[in-house]
Design a protein around this ligand. Structure first.
Ligand code: SAM
Length: 212
């Protein structure tokens, strides 16, 4: 059961969002079978739409996993160059293979901890997508600010984390530290005068931040 969106609505919307490209079916099945967390279908479609509308020349993704959301970005606008960071070597390799099998060549992959890799990247991005370890969002975000083109946006995924962020009632004990950090991150992006932030309560919760 989702605590963010009514299950009935979520199921209805997902059924309407059939993939036109069967490779996404394959990656969704793979992720389900191997318990790899990837963005939900409605989030994938949203990222596809943002890319089609904004036509970013460069996107930075933090958290590649098997390259599912990366493939969404890369295919939505073939002119876009996607840079994507992954800490796990096996995921990095699976993503590399998935990009290759789809003929995607507008991708630069980094293997390493984003907290470190972000300090080393030299170019700037129009869109930065944060979708990695939830306890480190503020660090990823602050480092991303230095890599953002003027007018660019930062999208942070999973910010409502299964309802746990909004209410203690849903918090699982072993997630307390992550919940505290995510709440503090949300306070930061919604109250800092430098930013405009919108919180979208769909998928697992998403924030879009623009620098004023
Ligand atoms: N964006 C992917 C998608 O929707 O297809 C899903 C990403 S998954 C939720 C998060 C990924 O971030 C995992 O593959 C994990 O190994 C990676 N990760 C976690 N911490 C990281 C870090 N500090 N630096 C880079 N990658 C990290």
């Amino acid at each position: 059961m989702s605590l963010i969106v009514n299950d009935l609505i979520e199921d209805y919307v997902r059924k309407k969002l059939n993939n036109k490209d069967s490779y996404f079916d394959y990656m969704e099945e793979y992720a389900y079978k191997h318990k790899v967390p990837i963005v939900q279908k409605e989030v994938a479609k949203f990222l596809d739409m943002i890319t089609r509308i904004q036509k970013p020349s460069k996107i930075l993704e933090i958290g590649t996993a098997i390259g599912y959301s990366g493939s969404i970005f890369a295919k939505a606008n073939p002119e876009t160059i996607l840079h994507t960071i992954e800490i796990k070597e096996d995921s990095f390799k699976i993503a590399e293979e998935n990009f290759k099998k789809q003929g995607i060549d507008n991708v630069v992959q980094y293997l390493g901890d984003a907290s470190q890799v972000l300090n080393e990247i030299k170019c700037k991005f129009d869109l930065i997508f944060i979708d990695a370890s939830k306890g480190h969002y503020q660090d990823f975000f602050e480092k991303s600010l230095l890599l953002l083109e003027e007018g660019g946006i930062i999208i942070s995924d999973n910010i409502l984390y299964k309802g746990m962020i909004a209410s203690d009632e849903f918090v699982v004990r072993r997630k307390i530290t992550i919940v505290k950090r995510m709440r503090s991150f949300i306070d930061y992006i919604t109250t800092d005068d430098r930013f405009e932030t919108s919180i979208l309560p769909f998928g697992d919760g998403m924030a879009i931040t623009k620098i004023k």
